[in-house]
Design a protein around this ligand. Structure first.
Ligand code: PMP
Length: 350
């Protein structure tokens, strides 16, 4: 017998975006501004009661989210960031060795990690030539061992959103005993009217799970709060496998307060969207290929120049996120930080 599961030796580590003092960080798709003052006040009030355990049932926040989406609270599960909900989804969906979790590649780097932790097999389908999900090929890749499918829209790290009609065809093609997870971490930045929105599809598809987070547009990445919108059956299972008291009182209070400022937060997203278009256009003018993006980041498919570009930026105090020899993801930030990025990128290779 071994003390620790031997398969953990081959578990890839989650590589976070680097934080370098004095440099600007465009590596983790965060918002540069701190939470709004009213949100900080709510966090401080909750911290003052930090000697007590948080509300186990996350009742107030769950109720606010349920109201926002016109869903029964039983159909909402709050987690310690949506990445933890990804792990919980593999836990509740996979029965044992040989079960498969399917996702496009390249996509969110946590999917293979949570699959392996859950003891399931990784099945990937390549993105198409435009760095988009190929949902026809993904539907064809579903086998009787497939238990969970992750569809990331907009796709991290490449940017395009899945279209509603193709996603509905995909849902119809996939057996109803497979969990289909639509990861909408960047939904607040989507402007394409053809892009899928998971909420309207929930009532017709009991196996659909929509994941959202407070880490991006809501500026609370450090508090670790995300949520799943789904059927009561799946939400109940997610709550069963959640660590007790996982969502801290500070996180619950911060998320409730952030929802109260939702209108301002969405207005801030519009500014990021305008900057996104400017950054993409500027990078294209400098000769970069930039796929269409619906998120708060752009993808530069640089192939074997990936590491060189990340180093070039890092040496000029701009931290971006390289992914192996595939490309670099760059967060769209404030106009000043974006200007710096455009300046630094324009001198690459010259
Ligand atoms: N899904 C996607 C597609 C992401 O990019 C991220 C964050 N990088 C997450 C989920 C996880 O977000 P969090 O755990 O902070 O809610």
């Amino acid at each position: 017998m071994t003390l620790i599961r031997p398969d953990l030796d081959t578990l890839p580590a989650y590589v976070p975006g680097r934080t370098v003092p004095g440099a600007i960080k465009l590596a983790s798709n965060e918002v540069a501004a701190p939470p709004a003052p009213a949100v900080l006040e709510a966090i401080a009030r909750a911290a003052a009661g930090g000697n007590r355990y948080p509300d186990l049932g996350v009742v107030e926040l769950t109720g606010r989210i349920a109201d926002l989406y016109a869903l029964a609270p039983e159909r909402v599960a709050v987690g310690c960031g949506s990445v933890t909900l990804c792990q919980q989804l593999v836990q509740i969906g996979c029965l044992g060795p040989g079960d498969e979790v399917l996702f496009a590649w390249r996509s969110f780097e946590a999917y293979p990690i949570v699959t392996q932790i859950g003891g399931a097999e990784i099945r990937t389908v390549p993105l198409d030539a435009d760095f988009r999900h190929d949902l026809v090929a993904m539907a064809a890749a579903v086998t009787e061992r497939t238990r969970v499918v992750f569809v990331c829209s907009p796709n991290n790290p490449t940017g395009p959103a899945v279209h509603r009609d193709e996603f509905v065809r995909f849902l119809d093609a996939v057996p109803s005993d497979v969990l289909v997870v639509l990861d909408e971490a960047y939904a607040e930045y989507v402007t394409d009217p053809d892009a899928v929105s998971g909420r309207p599809l929930l009532d017709a598809h009991r196996n659909l799970v929509v994941l959202r987070t407070f880490s991006k547009a809501y500026r609370l990445a450090g508090l670790r709060v995300g949520y799943a919108l789904t059927s009561e059956e799946i939400a109940t299972a997610l709550r069963k496998v959640a660590p007790p008291f996982g969502v801290s009182s500070v996180a619950q209070a911060g998320a409730v307060a952030a929802l109260e400022h939702r209108e301002e937060i969405l207005a801030d997203c519009a500014a990021v969207v305008a900057e996104r278009d400017r950054v993409a256009a500027g990078l294209r003018r400098s000769g970069f290929t930039v796929p269409e993006t619906q998120a708060n980041f752009v993808w530069l498919p640089l192939g074997d120049r990936t590491a060189a570009f990340a180093t070039h930026c890092g040496e000029r105090k701009v931290i971006v996120r390289p992914f192996a020899t595939d490309g670099v993801r760059v967060t769209v930030s404030t106009p000043e930080e974006n200007d710096l990025l455009l300046d630094v990128a324009s001198s690459f290779g010259s």
